[in-house]
Design a protein around this ligand. Structure first.
Ligand code: CA
Length: 480
């Protein structure tokens, strides 16, 4: 006798091994003994419910049909090609197990915590079948919901040698009651950092058949969710609020009543290539003697990066964090400084120049501030008198001595004066003549530093030779 199927969607077998669309069952001694036939849906059957499927046996003009019902589901269970984790709520009851671990599609990804109800999410009352969730989402806003632990969360991370990038929440089938939450927000925490909002959620539907988000959530443009290093946990938190009654429900819901995932997060897990540091901060720093310096070296590359530096101006140093701090003690242009950034993958050096300006009060205009220049102020400045003083300290007056061979003038000038010619000793044989000459620098000596009224002044002498017949005069020219 011959048994056939209604089409190629259905196959039959007598041994549960070899399946075909037409099977001949041979009689033994003229009688077909009781024979078990196996029926299966063929792998080529289209998705959805089988239509008109039957197994048929025609004998002596009689047709015996055995109708067969069945469903063909997506072999991938509706999982996206770039799926990381997906949850199918079809088998969940009583609000579902917590934590609820997903199907993991990506290699080198660990789920350190499945979907977990916060302690503020309750499981009282009768739960819908094929749903995972809870009740009491009545917080007025997200912040209140967070502080009341009315959220669900899960945590994933790339394993050693891999990095994790998130592209989106491709699917969220949900169900809520009319007094359940109308709104929510997806928050993400990287490592032990703070949670930040990455997407708003709205749940307009209150259909008991469930509903889906209006659109997939795109996370691919969120830079903090890309290239998350190995073993750095990424915790998603779905914070729901706006429920009008504490008995209101919210579920991840098996909306289509099939094995397809109902909640899915997509992205990629890729080999993490070690990246050596590259210093990105400036190669030219400026500072001022006596003024606290603060700046930072920055670099790209794998964390942790340790910074150091050599050849910096005196008074400055580099911390391992990259902070350059200290107070410069000498003015000038320093071109020998090398800043270094080091991580496990390598080292990057950067030659930098520090331009350190003299102290802010080392020029007459800087010292006098907004005052109008005046001869009296210039005199005070040149001799290192106090800014508030109206006269040069007598201790700074120039004085002269002589012996049989030399005339010596002792005088004071302000230390760090930017104009070294501000105070110039001059010499002449004729006091009345206007054409005085400068005392040669070889005849000028520096005898040390005094502090007068809080200002450093340098004691100097100008010495000119004299003899018994030729007289000489010394004077100081002060100019701005
Ligand atoms: Ca499902």
């Amino acid at each position: 006798m011959t048994v056939t199927t209604s089409g190629t969607d259905l196959q039959i077998s007598s041994d549960n091994s070899v399946f075909t669309n037409e099977l001949t069952v041979k009689p033994a001694g003229g009688t077909v003994t009781n024979t078990t036939l196996y029926v299966r849906i063929s792998a080529s059957a289209a998705q959805g419910a089988l239509s008109g499927a039957l197994v048929r046996h025609v004998s002596s003009g009689l047709t015996n049909d055995l109708t067969v019902a069945g469903n063909v589901y997506d072999a991938t269970r509706g999982v996206s090609s770039n799926s990381l984790v997906g949850w199918d709520a079809r088998g969940e009851t009583s609000y579902g197990v917590s934590p609820w671990y997903p199907t993991v599609s990506a290699s080198n990804l660990i789920v350190s915590n499945g979907l977990t109800r916060g302690s503020g999410v309750l499981t009282s009352g009768t739960a819908a079948a094929r749903g995972w969730g809870g009740v009491d989402w009545s917080s007025p806003d997200a912040a209140t919901a967070v502080s009341s632990n009315k959220f669900v969360s899960f945590t994933i991370a790339a394993t050693n040698g891999y990095k994790l990038s998130l592209s989106g929440i491709s699917k969220m089938n949900y169900r809520r009651s009319s007094s359940g939450p109308a709104s929510g927000v997806v928050q993400v925490q990287i490592g032990s950092g703070s949670f930040s909002d990455v997407a708003a959620l709205t749940y307009p539907g209150t259909n008991s058949a469930g509903d889906s988000l209006a659109a997939a959530i795109d996370l691919s443009t969120n830079p903090t969710l890309q290239n998350v290093p190995a073993n750095t946990s990424v915790t998603f938190r779905i914070v729901n609020f706006g429920g009008t009654n504490t008995t209101g429900t919210w579920y991840i819901y098996d909306k289509d009543s099939n094995p397809n995932v109902d909640f899915e997060v997509t992205g990629s897990v890729e080999v993490q290539t070690a990246v050596a540091p590259t210093i990105t901060s400036t190669n030219a720093f400026t500072g001022t003697v006596g003024v606290a310096f603060s700046n930072n070296i920055t670099a790209t590359g794998d964390a942790p990066i340790v910074f150091s530096g050599t050849g910096l101006p005196s008074g400055l140093s580099v911390a391992s964090s990259g902070a350059i701090t200290g107070t410069p003690t000498a003015a000038g242009t320093f071109t020998n400084a090398i800043l270094t950034a080091t991580n496990a993958a390598g080292t990057n050096n950067q030659a930098v120049t520090f331009t350190i300006a003299p102290p802010p009060d080392s020029s007459f205009s800087g010292w006098r501030g907004s005052n109008l220049p005046s001869a009296d102020l210039l005199l005070q400045y040149a001799y290192g008198a106090s800014n508030s003083s109206t006269a040069v300290s007598p201790s700074n007056y120039p004085s002269t001595t002589f012996n049989s061979s030399s005339l010596v003038m002792t005088y004071y000038v302000r230390k760090n004066a930017t104009n070294s010619n501000l105070v110039t000793p001059q010499v002449h044989t004729n006091l009345a003549d206007s054409n005085w000459g400068s005392v040669p620098s070889s005849n000028i000596a520096t005898l040390g530093t005094n502090n007068v009224n809080g200002v450093d002044v340098i004691k100097k002498t100008a010495t000119v030779p004299i003899d018994g017949t030729n007289r000489k005069f010394l004077r100081l020219k002060i100019s701005e």
